[in-house]
Design a binder for this molecule. Sequence first.
Ligand code: FAD
Ligand code: SF4
Length: 328
Amino acid sequence: MRQFEYIRPADVNDAVRILSGGGKLLAGGTTLYDLMKLRIERPARIVDINHLSDLKHYDSSGDHELVFGALARMSDVAADRRIIRDYPAISESLWRAASQQLRNMASLGGNLLQRTRCHYFRGGDPYACNKRDPGSGCAAIEGLDRGQAVLGASRACSAVYPGDLAAALIIFDAEIDVIGSGGERMIPLEELHREPGDTPHIETTLKPDEIIVRIRVPTTPLGRASTYLKVRDRESYAFALASAAVALQMDGDIVLGARVALGGLATRPWRARAAERLLIGRRFDEAAARAAGEAAVEGAKPGRSSGFRIELGARTVADALMIARQRT
Ligand code: FAD
Ligand code: SF4
């Protein structure tokens, strides 16, 4: 067994100080321990933040913004009455993720920072993987690519960002507050995850000693007519083959506001602004929903076995928009 040091910091600043010397934060542990058991993550030091009250503040009642401490548990937010009523896309993205036991443990901060489920990444040493071992190659290029990204991939890596929540949060322009040795700063959530480019091992714009303190979601009338639709190989306890987070605001039959993001298809949570532009100001009907679906997957590149997920993505967006329309 590999030895590691376990530390409980006194407060958030202490956690930053300890993290500056290396290590990994521990929230619910449902991703971190998993990857440690697979020997993908090998931290010499684990910094347990679960008792830090600054990261727990959670208030969904505000007039201007919803505030989720990074340690808010997925199951608590999924079951929050205001979120279910006013931001169903957020609640549904959480209900459709993982299992109830995992959601009871897992935090929103940890969920945003979960790593890819690419088989070759998780398979460990027998497989070349630029994300795990920069410069070693990518076993997925010649391997099974049914589940690889069709949007945002590079020659170095085509791993899908697997989380559900991020897509639902970026349609509402969520922001995250982080703290590190350089002080506090805000990052639009849409800018947290990076496309792989030549450096797939650098997955986010967070610095190594930065901690997510909270996630903030500006309140918006678009929330009520929103949904998160997830298509997968089986109906529960599976990652998305394609998913869509959408929201609509209508004036009669005319679209006043539209938000669209894709999950399960891209190397990062994927806001589909071309689809939004196509909808706004247009009469909403099935043809408009279909056209928006096609716009959302514009530029997608099929692999040998992943091409079917482009059409699936377009249909998922169209179906999600029809559901959202019924909620306006
Ligand atoms: P941890 O495992 O504690 O941490 C995850 C990572 O985030 C670590 O690198 C940790 O250092 C870092 N971290 C944690 N908190 C912070 C913070 N505040 N600031 C900076 N870094 C931090 N997810 C989905 O979205 N959809 C699914 O369908 C789904 N299915 C799953 C099925 C299985 C079998 C499993 C094991 C997981 C599944 N997940 C799914 C992923 C699950 O949602 C994540 O494991 C979970 O959300 C991670 O949260 P955590 O609090 O346990 O994070
Ligand atoms: Fe690694 Fe990315 Fe290739 Fe998967 S797709 S094997 S994560 S480099």
